[in-house]
Design a protein around this ligand. Sequence first.
Ligand code: HEM
Length: 168
Amino acid sequence: MITLDILRVALRWVHLGAAVVWIGGTFFYLLAVRPAILSPEAAAGWRKLRDGVERQFHEIVRLCVWTFFISGAILTYDRLTSVNPSLDYIVVLVIKVILVGWMVFIAGGLRRSAPPAPAAARPKSDRGRPGLLRRWSSPAVRIAIVGSIVLLLAGILNVVAENAIRTQ
Ligand code: HEM
């Protein structure tokens, strides 16, 4: 029993850790790294640095995604077998998994990262948009928003599961 509890804690620790790295890393990129390297003074050296940061972070995200798939599947199995889950729990979990799938899609999937496309190679529609709008609709912003919703759903799952345990 104690061993199982230790495994449960370890699993949640890994799952939560991956959430901190991916979503926390995305916010750090949006709030600290990107403003710094998009400043008007940014020279070619900065742009190269940004490409390097993005490629490196993509590798970390791939690792986080595999961690989520494995730890999330075990967490799901554990919850579904130890607690009699209500329909609410299943619905919230399905929405969460769909949103995670969308985040993985936005993040460029699980393939190895290609070097970011140079501005000239980006779609014309993208290049024509005003800077602020383009920045707000960037993949990183969408991942930060959807990721925050996924974190909220994780909290809801926890409360729904705890309520189910209490009423059993
Ligand atoms: C396919 C992928 C995923 C699956 C199947 C999955 C499944 C689960 C399950 C079943 C739980 C336990 C909820 C409960 O307390 O009953 C959980 C917790 C959690 N999930 Fe996920 N998850 C996935 C991806 C993600 C992602 C991408 C994030 C981050 C954005 C995330 C963040 C969390 C957090 C913060 C918790 C709470 C951990 C805790 O209470 O210790 N999950 N997840």
